[in-house]
Ligand binder design. Structure first.
Ligand SMILES: [Zn+2]
Length: 269
């Protein structure tokens, strides 16, 4: 096979609303956050793909629960990349900030970002444009969702703000492969924060149409999230004003203060 065959990225649905992303070149495949082995094994078998690596973003069971079963079925030689510090089943390679992971098949080079917030050791994998990657790709786990962000189970609003700022600095055309189909409920909340955001209103219509056809609303892009995602817009006047109104606080001096208010609001929304 031509080593420049374009990489494809496909969602393998799991549980109620998880996506296990499969990156492949038509022959070799990586999977990201396989919480369940069964749908992955079925997909690999149907597509006649050989699993050559597993990428883990964080320790939650719906992202790691299928790892050992995959290794048992497909071979314990398959490398499992994951963050330090947490118990990641089957992990063979610890991935840290700025690590460059060079994978031979499928041919891809990934850079690691540490993005604490949802969990403390959460990481993301980024592939910039390469011979077989036309647009940059980000595998962000439960840190960033289309029009939303992950709950702060372990980290602080400041950590999440800094993690989202790392994503904001990526190219705007970066395709963002989030791991849950939470988009419609996230949009309902985003519209409560910014009822007059025209980009958000038109995205709401598009997302509803996709879900009506049972199609994924993902991947999103960094450029789109900067326009519609309240958690990436904590420096915008309308978001700051709404956070002040909701919290009754007159002074929210930093984006992290604003994020703290709207994240707490979303938790009870
Ligand atoms: Zn999680």
């Amino acid at each position: 096979m031509d080593k420049n065959t374009l990489l494809q990225v496909w969602p393998i649905p799991a549980f109620d609303d998880n996506y296990i992303w499969c990156i492949h070149d038509g022959r070799s495949a990586l999977v990201v956050d396989p919480g369940d082995a069964t749908p992955v094994l079925t997909y690999l078998n149907d597509q006649k793909l050989t699993l050559t690596g597993i990428l883990i973003t964080h320790h939650h069971a719906d992202h790691t629960g299928g790892v050992l079963n995959l290794l048992q079925n497909l071979g314990t030689h398959i490398p499992v990349y994951g963050p330090a510090g947490d118990n990641i089943p089957g992990r063979t390679i610890v991935a840290k900030q700025d690590d460059k992971i060079e994978i031979a098949t499928p041919r891809v080079s990934l850079v690691v970002y540490e993005v604490p917030g949802h969990t403390l050791s959460h990481i993301a994998y980024f592939a910039n444009m390469q011979a077989n990657v036309v647009e940059p790709m980000l595998f962000c786990g439960d840190t960033l969702f289309a029009s939303g962000c992950g709950r702060l189970f372990e980290g602080t609003p400041t950590q999440m703000t800094e993690s989202l700022a790392k994503f904001a600095s990526l190219p705007k055309n970066t395709l963002v492969y989030c791991t849950h189909e939470y988009t419609l409920s996230n949009i309902r909340f985003a519209l409560a924060v910014e009822p007059n955001n025209l980009n958000l209103l038109s995205w709401a219509e598009k997302a509803q149409a996709l879900r009506a056809l049972n199609l994924p609303t993902l991947p999103t892009t960094i450029g789109q999230e900067l326009q519609v995602n309240p958690f990436m817009r904590c420096d915008q006047a309308e978001v700051i004003a709404m956070a002040k109104e909701v919290s009754g606080q007159l002074n929210l001096p930093t984006p992290a203060h604003v994020l703290a208010v709207i994240r707490a609001w979303k938790d009870r929304f």
